[in-house]
Structures are given as structure tokens and as C-alpha cells.
Design a protein around this ligand. Structure first.
Ligand code: NAD
Length: 319
């Protein structure tokens, strides 16, 4: 029996002489496949299911025994990342300047059967960053994954980031310090260890604001553009050392801490093709994918996660 596989290959299978053909009740041949052909079909189905599992439906693998550091892990997107990575099997170091919230996240993770610990850090301070990373290593043995989610999201900085000619230099520096310097410092002090082990994954949280102008938030968007440039530089500089570095650029994400706001629902929701705001879990799943072995060949990328908001022509009318 010969079966055509693909455009060019033909599989021979079964011992046609030795295998009797199936008969119906009257002793006539069934027109259906012969036993050799059936065996081959079963083999093909099995091979197909393996390749389906390997290439089409990859599971997020490789988190067991890993240690992930999440900056800004006490709240919002960082908190969701910490919880998701712990569910996948990582031990999570929750690094934040707010220790009460960080301890609460650790409590949450431990209640769910995961392993986590909280460490105080101000990501803008180099001494604090080196100490916090050293303490993470002492506690968990090493660092495999770094997620940079700490960001200048506080009300004062965001509301003071107005028209460019009105922006105070402290506001500009404040944005740059947390968003750009913070990512630079954690990368700087985690990379040597990852290089030694020849493996590591870094995911930085940028923003859709880095990709287009707005009537306000010029300092914020410039600082996130710096994060994306840094992401690409790290991927080029350390790819040969087995270190991957990617970024995610979220659109409007409703965090449990801040909730939605009616103004946003009127101004932004109609412009989002998927017709909903993002959830922190949406971002955490993408961050987990980029951190996982399933993304082993992905580096230097910025993946936008915005329900399609940034994909449309400026003149597309709201739905
Ligand atoms: N929520 C959104 O819509 C959205 C959209 C695009 C990008 N982002 C980015 O996602 C990241 C997380 O934002 P979020 O909305 O979850 O905000 P959030 O305010 O809930 O979380 C930010 C966390 O960072 C911590 N943090 C701030 N400054 C710090 C510092 N100097 N040192 C240590 N920790 C510090 C805060 O304590 C807080 O726990 C930020 O980088 C933000 O710019 C958020």
C-alpha cells in the first residue's frame, strides 16, 4: 500500500501479500483502507499530534526551579506578573519601594501554594538595586528572569507632565529616573550573573505612549522610548551570552488598584478595536510567554498589547 505524504514523498507500508483484505458478510472486499494503511494513518496522526503540541500549542515551559525578580511587583501589572510567574513554578522576588503592598503580594502567592519573598528597593538608587539583587540571590540562589515593571505612575508626576514648555525639570528627571535609569540599573546588575550562567530573560514594561505623540506626557513617553532602545541594545550586546531581552508596550490597562475612570471610557473605549480596556492578566500572560522557553528564539522585540488601539490609521473613525 502506498500513501502520498506531502507533495513529493510517498510512504510504503504494510505487507500487502501477508495481510488479508477485510471482507464484508458476503465475502466481498470492503472498499475502505487495508490494515497496513490503517497502521500508517495511525502513525501519521500520532506524528501530527506531536508536531501540533510542539509547534502549534506550546505550553509555557521552563519555569520550574527558576527565580524571577519583578520590580514594581507590589501593584498593578507587576503584581499580576509576580502571581502568574509563581503559578508557573518560579520563585518570585517582589521588589518594590512599598513594602506593605509587596508583603501582601507575597502572602497572596504563598496562600496559592507558590514561593515568593519581598525586598525593598528604590530602583533609581544604584546601591539599593545592588543590595536588593544580592539579597534576592542570597535568598533564592540565583536570578533567571528579570521583569522591570516599576514605573513613574504616581499622580504627581503624571499630572505635572503637561505641555512641554510647562514641564518642570524635576518632573522630567523624575520620569527619566524611575522609568529609564531604573531599568538601566537592574539590567546592569543582573546581566553579569546571567552571562556567567549563559542564560537569562529580561522583560521591560514600556508603553504604547512611546510609539506616538500625545497632548501631554512628553516626559513619560520619552522615558519609555528610552526603555525600548535599551531593550534592543541589551538583546544585541548579550544575545551571544544566552540572554534574551524584550519589552511589552501596554495600551490602556485597568489595574485593580486604580480601577477604570468614566472619562477614559468616553474618550478611549470607542477607539479600541477589541472594545475593552486591557486587564493586568492580559499583560502578565504576554510577559510570562516572553520569559518562557516557548519564546527561546524571541529577543530584541517590543510587543504592543493594546486591543488594537495603536494599529489603526489616525483617520479611522471610532466605532
Ligand atoms: N496601567 C497602564 O495602563 C499602563 C500602560 C502602559 C504602561 N504601563 C507601565 O506598566 C508599569 C506598571 O504600571 P501599573 O499601571 O501597574 O502601575 P502601579 O502604580 O500599579 O505599579 C507601579 C509599581 O512600581 C512601584 N514603584 C514606583 N517607583 C518605584 C521606585 N522608584 N522603586 C521601586 N518601585 C517603584 C510602585 O510602588 C508600584 O508598586 C509601569 O512601568 C507603567 O509605566 C502601565
Amino acid at each position: 500500500m502506498k500513501i502520498k505524504v506531502g507533495r513529493h514523498k510517498t510512504l510504503s507500508c504494510g505487507n500487502e501479500a501477508a495481510t488479508p483484505s477485510p471482507m464484508d458478510r458476503n465475502g466481498e472486499r470492503f472498499p475502505g483502507p487495508e490494515p497496513g494503511a490503517l497502521q500508517a494513518l495511525v502513525k501519521l496522526a500520532f506524528a501530527y499530534s506531536i508536531s501540533y503540541r510542539a509547534f502549534v500549542a506550546p505550553s509555557l515551559e521552563g519555569f520550574q526551579e527558576t527565580v524571577a525578580v519583578v520590580t514594581g511587583g507590589a501593584s498593578g501589572i507587576g503584581r499580576a506578573c509576580a502571581r502568574t510567574l509563581s503559578k508557573l513554578g518560579s520563585t518570585v522576588a517582589v521588589l518594590d519601594r512599598d513594602m506593605n503592598l509587596a508583603e501582601a503580594v507575597v502572602g497572596d502567592i504563598e496562600q496559592g501554594g507558590g514561593s515568593a519573598f519581598a525586598i525593598h528597593v528604590d530602583v533609581t538608587n544604584e546601591n539599593e538595586v545592588t543590595t536588593a539583587l544580592e539579597r534576592s540571590r542570597l535568598h533564592a540562589g540565583r536570578i533567571d528572569i528579570l521583569i522591570n515593571s516599576a514605573g513613574a505612575t504616581d499622580f504627581y508626576l503624571q499630572s505635572a507632565d503637561r505641555l512641554l514648555h510647562e514641564v518642570d525639570i524635576d518632573v522630567w528627571d523624575g520620569m527619566m529616573k524611575v522609568n529609564a535609569r531604573g531599568v538601566f540599573l537592574t539590567c546592569k546588575h543582573v546581566i553579569p550573573e546571567m552571562r556567567l550562567r549563559g542564560r537569562g530573560s529580561i522583560v521591560n514594561v514600556s508603553s504604547l505612549m512611546a510609539h506616538a505623540g500625545d497632548e501631554r506626557l512628553s516626559a513619560y513617553s520619552a522615558s519609555k522610548a528610552a526603555v525600548e532602545a535599551l531593550t534592543r541594545s541589551v538583546s544585541i550586546m548579550y544575545g551571544r551570552d544566552g540572554i534574551r531581552c524584550n519589552a511589552v508596550a501596554p495600551g490602556v490597562i485597568i489595574t485593580p488598584e486604580r480601577g477604570s475612570n468614566p472619562k477614559l471610557e468616553i474618550s478611549h473605549l470607542p477607539r479600541i478595536p477589541l472594545q475593552r480596556f486591557g486587564d493586568v492578566a492580559d499583560v502578565a500572560r504576554l510577559v510570562a510567554f516572553l520569559s518562557s522557553r516557548s519564546a527561546d528564539y524571541v529577543t530584541g522585540q517590543v510587543i504592543t498589547i493594546d486591543g488594537g488601539l495603536g494599529a489603526q490609521h489616525p483617520w479611522t473613525s471610532p466605532q
